[in-house]
Design a protein around this ligand. Structure first.
Ligand SMILES: [Zn+2]
Ligand SMILES: [Zn+2]
Length: 465
């Protein structure tokens, strides 16, 4: 922990689904001159991570260009002042991000001396205007890559940039950075372990590189579904997993938790640690981190903020609510998987489950889909014990100690569907579906629940960002 202060700031600029490709398409359509756009975003700091979430994109209309040629650009002060006034007015944004193109560069783009000078002058201007709470970053686009940076001024008035990485909701939308610091990790130079030869045959080398290359997947809840998801991810070639669960193993878990042994259960080992140790036996080169925590615990915020995807396999509504809050705060897309088994009079009357895909910008979330039960959340997080117990007593919610029926075969279907949904984000073989249902009643079927999506609350204040 001693070196914590010296850790370099890691800056990531994150876009909503489709926004980055819209931005590039529009700005790069005419390669005869430079174009400009201004993004408004929110800066989120957690530990040494600085995540700038992009809320809005403003394209400068022709009238705002004072000078526009193949290698020069000047946008009117009026256009920029309007944006600054808007940041001042709004509470959901505090950062301005300049974007301009170098259409003459095919790749390996860099900020020019003029760019440096203009941007440093802008930081000075913000400082002189006393706009201390307005942050500033910039992006330059070539035809195929980009460079991005975040500007700061230190106590001594020195103005300096930190290179920034751009992340999109879907990896297919992303393009490489030409910054040395990030190029070392470039997808195209990634070696794929021999262990995944057969996966490469199925999914293709480039797709496997995307999956194996620096993607961080957090699995929340490593019970009956989450442990299978985690094992699937290791077999599919993901190299960096975070396992998050506060529970310990019991003998009664052994009918469904993958990678947990009888000896682990007898010892009452922490679930995430037992599962991590056993998954590392499958792929000792993978980075698997075990967090014996609840999602509400402070260290988990950074873990989630730094993730590329969250796989949610907890049936606890308060946890799912908390995960969704963090996901929207840091623009981390997530996939939830859950099952239902209803037994009446000793007979199974329903055996089903669903997988839900939530990405920022898609304007759909667990809240407007009515997949979060607020009475359950109140029971789980209400500070007053009497209220919590009262909700159970009044029959609004089940008691905490109710043991849900569980069978591994059903969990396996849903875990597989969830991981397939994730893989599809990289290989884009199938059309995306927000909700996929697996039903195993009259006969096993998988279908898309379009009704829930159509009937969702369209003025949702969580996902309308
Ligand atoms: Zn430039
Ligand atoms: Zn919503």
């Amino acid at each position: 922990m001693a070196d914590k202060k010296n850790r370099r700031l890691e800056v990531v600029i994150k876009f909503k689904n489709r926004d980055f490709s819209t931005l590039r398409t529009k700005l790069l359509a005419d390669s005869s001159r430079e174009y400009y756009a201004c993004l408004l975003g929110k800066r989120q700091l957690v530990d040494n991570l600085c995540i700038i979430t992009v809320a809005d994109i403003y394209f400068a209309d022709a009238e705002y260009y004072q000078n526009q040629s193949v290698a020069a650009l000047r946008v009117s002060g009026e256009f920029l002042r309007e944006r600054l006034l808007e940041i001042d007015r709004r509470i959901d944004v505090d950062t301005m991000i300049d974007v301009h193109t170098h259409p003459f560069s095919q790749s390996n783009v860099w900020f020019s001396g003029t760019d440096d000078r203009d941007e440093i002058n802008f930081v000075k201007y913000l400082h002189d205007e006393g706009a201390k709470n307005i942050f500033y970053a910039s992006i330059v686009l070539s035809q195929t890559d980009y460079k991005a940076r975040y500007w700061q001024m230190d106590g001594g008035g020195r103005i300096y940039p930190t290179p920034a990485l751009i992340k999109t909701q879907k990896i297919g939308e992303s393009i490489p950075s030409s910054d040395e610091r990030f190029r070392r990790k470039a997808v195209s130079s990634q070696k794929i372990d021999d262990m995944f030869n057969r996966s490469v045959l199925a999914l293709g080398l480039d797709n496997m590189r995307r999956i194996a290359n620096d993607q961080i997947i957090s699995v929340i809840g490593v019970g009956g579904i989450g442990s299978i998801i985690a094992e699937h991810l290791i077999h599919m070639g993901f190299n960096h997993l975070n396992l998050i669960d506060f529970d310990t193993l019991e003998i009664s878990n052994l009918n469904r938790i993958v990678a947990a042994t009888y000896a682990d259960a007898v010892k009452g080992r922490v679930k995430v640690e037992a599962i991590r140790d056993n998954l590392l036996k499958i792929n000792p080169r993978a980075k698997i981190f075990a967090f014996n925590n609840k999602v509400e615990d402070a260290p988990i915020e950074r873990v989630i903020a730094a993730s590329d995807w969250i796989m949610v396999a907890t049936d606890n509504h308060a946890s799912r609510f908390q995960i969704q809050q963090l996901a929207f705060k840091y623009y981390v897309p997530f996939i939830t998987a859950g099952v239902n088994i209803t037994v009446d009079d000793g007979k199974i009357v329903d055996m089903s489950g669903e997988v839900i895909l939530i990405r920022m910008g898609d304007r759909v979330c667990l809240t407007c889909l009515k997949r979060l039960k607020f009475n359950e959340i109140a029971k789980q997080i209400h500070p007053d014990k009497n209220v919590r117990e009262g909700l159970v007593r009044k029959g609004y919610v089940q008691g905490l100690d109710v043991k849900e029926p569980a069978v591994k075969t059903l969990n396996t279907h849903l875990a597989t569907l969830a991981v397939d949904t994730l893989i599809n984000q990289y290989i884009e073989r199938q059309r995306d579906a927000v909700i996929r249902v697996f039903e195993d009643n009259i006969a096993p079927v998988i279908y898309e629940d379009v009704d829930s999506v159509r009937e969702r609350n369209l003025s949702c204040n969580i996902c309308d960002i």
